[in-house]
Design a protein around this ligand. Structure first.
Ligand SMILES: Cc1cc2nc3c(=O)[nH]c(=O)nc-3n(C[C@H](O)[C@H](O)[C@H](O)COP(=O)(O)OP(=O)(O)OC[C@H]3O[C@@H](n4cnc5c(N)ncnc54)[C@H](O)[C@@H]3O)c2cc1C
Length: 360
């Protein structure tokens, strides 16, 4: 029985490897970084789906319907599998009326899926291979080529997902999906921060702010901000410096986003990013009481390698490349045009890839 290699030990790679072991297949997991867990370890770890498939389709209209259906239909069982393996649940529900899922403790997920992982190893090896390298957010070069921001984006993710899976797939003749310029991210304070602060410092209140760029152009209406706020982040990436000012009045500061008020989020922003109204490079709007300078920050890419509903990597003509699968962010075309749970995509496609690979 041939050994299956898994490249990357984030959500997709760990799920794929655990499932391969359950199915009795020998597996080697190689992780480029110095630790197991990928961006999943840094995340809020809410694994979710939209309540209705139609809502998922409407939210991500450019996505591949077959893959969206696959993730949507398999997620509840996949979450149950994760729970049965002992992954600790922090919230039984997502806290959003539009989604269903659970919030896990990411360290507990790593432990629940644990198995041997070779650290500091490039997973691009010969033989049957499941690519789970987490996309290309950490490659400034690939981000410039595909996303073309007005200025470099800050990285809000693990530092090793630099497009290795994408490049290997291309070398073997893979096709790319639509939406290579799409990304999921957050507007973060324009100040120094580290990877332990990626959740706590997110400035997730554009829907209550007036949004200006450095030239004083009010470039985005708060009523147009999507529930994930990823559309305003994408728009910010195209403004000078990939930056924006969120300007707030008293009413806005009292608004709540999940368990925090807007005032809490503003207070969490480092002093360097809090701007006195007199220092704004434009006339503050009437009623303004606070302003924060934010920078578009990328969490993960959305376009990637084309896969089918067995997670097999496809060529342009639709044929499957032999013994090559992609899961998680490496597999593109699920959330094109919008935002969906990257962890759900990683978990489901990781399991699907493992089950298909185990049949070979
Ligand atoms: C702050 C933050 C909050 C988030 N919150 C949520 C949330 O609540 N819900 C949600 O659904 N998603 C969330 N996400 C996104 C989620 O973490 C990702 O969608 C998910 O981790 C993707 O899984 P993955 O396995 O594809 O990639 P990752 O989990 O990032 O794993 C990829 C792994 O591949 C490794 N790698 C890269 N190149 C190579 C190579 N050549 N060889 C071997 N290994 C390689 C990397 O080091 C990494 O360990 C969040 C992310 C962040 C950063």
């Amino acid at each position: 029985m041939s050994e299956i290699s898994v490249a990357g030990a984030g959500m997709a790679g760990l799920a794929a490897a655990a499932r391969l072991r359950e199915l009795g297949r020998p597996v080697v997991v190689r992780e480029k970084g110095t630790r197991v867990g990928g961006s999943m370890l840094l995340s809020s770890c809410v694994v979710f789906r939209h309540r209705e498939l139609d809502a998922f389709r409407a939210e991500c209209p450019g996505g591949d319907e077959r893959l969206q259906r696959l993730v949507w239909e398999r997620l509840d069982d996949a979450i149950a599998w994760l729970v049965a393996r002992g992954a600790p649940v922090v919230w039984e529900e997502t806290g959003s009326p539009r989604t269903i899922g659970k919030r896990f403790d990411p360290r507990g997920v790593v432990e629940a899926l644990a198995g041997d992982v070779v650290l500091g190893a490039d997973g691009r090896v010969d033989g049957p291979l499941v690519l789970c390298t987490g996309g290309f957010a950490a490659s400034a070069e690939l981000v410039t080529e595909h996303i073309a921001p007005a200025a470099p984006l800050r990285l809000r993710a693990n530092p090793w997902s630099a497009g290795d899976g994408l490049m290997l797939g291309l070398d073997r003749g893979a096709a790319l999906t639509a939406g290579m310029g799409d990304f999921y991210g957050r507007n973060m304070p324009d100040a120094p921060w580290d990877e332990t602060e990626l959740v706590s410092l997110s400035q997730l209140y554009a829907r209550f702010a007036r949004i200006f760029d450095e030239d004083g152009v009010e470039f985005f209406e708060r009523d147009d901000v999507s529930w994930s706020e990823s559309n305003v982040v994408a728009a910010t990436a195209r403004r000078p410096g990939a930056k924006a000012f969120y300007v707030l009045d008293e009413t806005a500061l009292d608004e709540r986003v999940r368990d925090r008020t807007v005032a809490d989020m503003v207070a969490a922003a480092p002093a360097e990013s809090q701007v006195a109204l007199a220092d704004l490079p434009f006339e503050p709007p009437p009623g303004a009481v606070a302003a924060v300078r934010v920078i578009a920050s990328i969490t993960h890419t959305i376009g990637g390698l084309q896969v089918d509903d067995r997670a097999r990597v496809l060529r342009e003509d639709g044929s499957a490349i032999e013994a090559l699968w992609a899961a998680g962010v490496d597999a593109g075309g699920v959330a094109t045009g919008g935002y969906a749970s990257g962890l759900a995509q990683a978990l489901v496609l990781g399991l699907v890839a493992a089950e298909d690979a185990a049949r070979t």
